[in-house]
Design a binder for this molecule. Structure first.
Ligand code: KG4
Ligand code: ZN
Length: 362
């Protein structure tokens, strides 16, 4: 495979990110990478405010991209293509990144590659280590929670999905109820460190039911009842966070166990990949590792900075597409898609699941 160098841009939620990546003989090298978080802008509101996100992306996108390109030691002349997240996500932010990418591609005469943000997460393990297709993917973030069979580039089969909240959303909601700050996942994980995970009996929705669907909304309701019922001490809060995190880890690992049982692809060694922001959670990684071991499967989790939103994964998706000539012909007129499921066929035949504020969960 020839070497391709791609500039990637990511603006679908609350991170303005850019990266320059080279793909050579299937191996990715990140030449430069920037992630500019908007956490400070959204913290007063306890969550991502779409209008604030869009404006903040618009204010810094060109500078972030310029600085990243400069750091790579290349100019646009040395880049083979510009890739940008073109959905799913908060439409205002997606538009900013996509239009920035299109403008740069147009000005430099390079191809533009619209990238599905979820494809970026799906390929993210390939940034750091060898992770050949096929593999079983648990994509678990603030807007998405699904099991996907990744057969190859562009070959995604949805096996199961949350029927209500995404796991990251469940963490964020608990943190909001407890006033722990935003984003919730890391705050809940920190508090849980000093807590007793067996203290509170919380539900494990859908556990033991057939299929691979998941549900987390009931968990939040159960936690809300506990919080309303009494004044919680710091230790109570830690115990609740630990119990809540354990419930999410149990739900995900029980589903992963079932998914691995039914997953025969992968040759000599099955691979379970966990990607998306929630994959940064230590307790969840440990629980999934135990399940993978019991199936003699390998658990692959990207380094923490590539679990949460980043542009290296977008550049990689663009580079993989460019390397095998799978860039859409109408890329320059591609319209941003607030909803863009990875498995379009299943999403059309079985559109049972609603979309969260950050996009379709299915
Ligand atoms: O992938 P991501 O950066 O953005 C989306 O595409 O949603 O994921 C963000 C989500 C947030 O809900 C955040 O609370 C959660 O990932 N998250 C975590 C941790 N770090 C981030 N959840 C649990 N434990 C963590 N350490
Ligand atoms: Zn994401």
């Amino acid at each position: 495979m020839k070497s391709v160098t791609v500039l990637g841009i990511e603006t679908s939620c609350d991170e303005t990110a850019a990266a320059v990546l080279r793909l050579e003989n299937g191996r990715a090298t990140i030449l430069s990478e920037t992630v500019r978080s908007q956490i400070e802008e959204h913290t007063p509101y306890g969550g991502v405010v779409p209008e604030i996100a869009a404006r903040a992306h618009a204010e810094v996108a060109d500078r972030v991209v310029e600085a990243t390109l400069e750091e790579s030691g290349l100019t646009l002349a040395g880049i083979d293509a510009v890739a940008a997240t073109s959905g799913p996500g908060l439409i205002g932010g997606v538009m900013v990144g996509m239009m920035t990418g299109k403008a740069m591609a147009l000005a430099s005469g390079k191809p533009f590659i619209p990238v599905n943000h979820l494809e970026g997460h799906a390929l993210s393990p390939r940034l750091a280590e060898e992770c050949p297709f096929p593999y079983l993917l648990l994509l678990v973030s603030g807007g998405h929670c699904q099991f996907i069979e990744v057969g190859g580039l562009g070959d995604y089969k949805r096996l199961g999905s949350t029927i209500d909240d995404a796991a990251g959303e469940a963490f964020d909601k608990l943190a909001k109820l407890l006033g722990l700050g935003f984003p919730g996942g890391p705050a809940v994980e920190r508090s849980a460190e000093g807590g007793d995970a067996k203290r509170y009996k919380l539900p494990r929705p859908l556990l033991g039911r057939p299929g691979l669907d998941m549900s987390f909304a009931g968990l939040k309701t159960a936690a809300a009842r506990i919080i309303e019922a009494s004044d919680l001490s710091e230790q109570d809060v830690a115990d609740l966070c630990a119990s809540y995190q354990a419930a999410i880890a149990d739900c995900l690992s029980a589903r992963a166990d079932r998914a691995l049982s039914g997953f025969s692809a992968g040759g000599d060694k099955k691979r379970l990949v966990v990607a998306g922001g929630v994959a940064a959670n230590g307790a969840i990684r440990t629980a999934l590792g135990t399940v993978a071991d019991s199936h003699e499967a390998k658990l692959i989790a990207p380094p923490l900075r590539h679990c949460t939103d980043n542009a290296a994964m977008i550049a990689l998706a663009g580079a993989e597409r460019l390397a095998c000539g799978r860039v859409p012909e109408n890329a320059m007129t591609f319209a941003a898609r607030p909803r863009w499921p990875l498995d379009e066929v299943r999403a059309q035949s079985d559109p049972a699941y609603g979309g969260g504020k950050r996009g379709a969960k299915a």
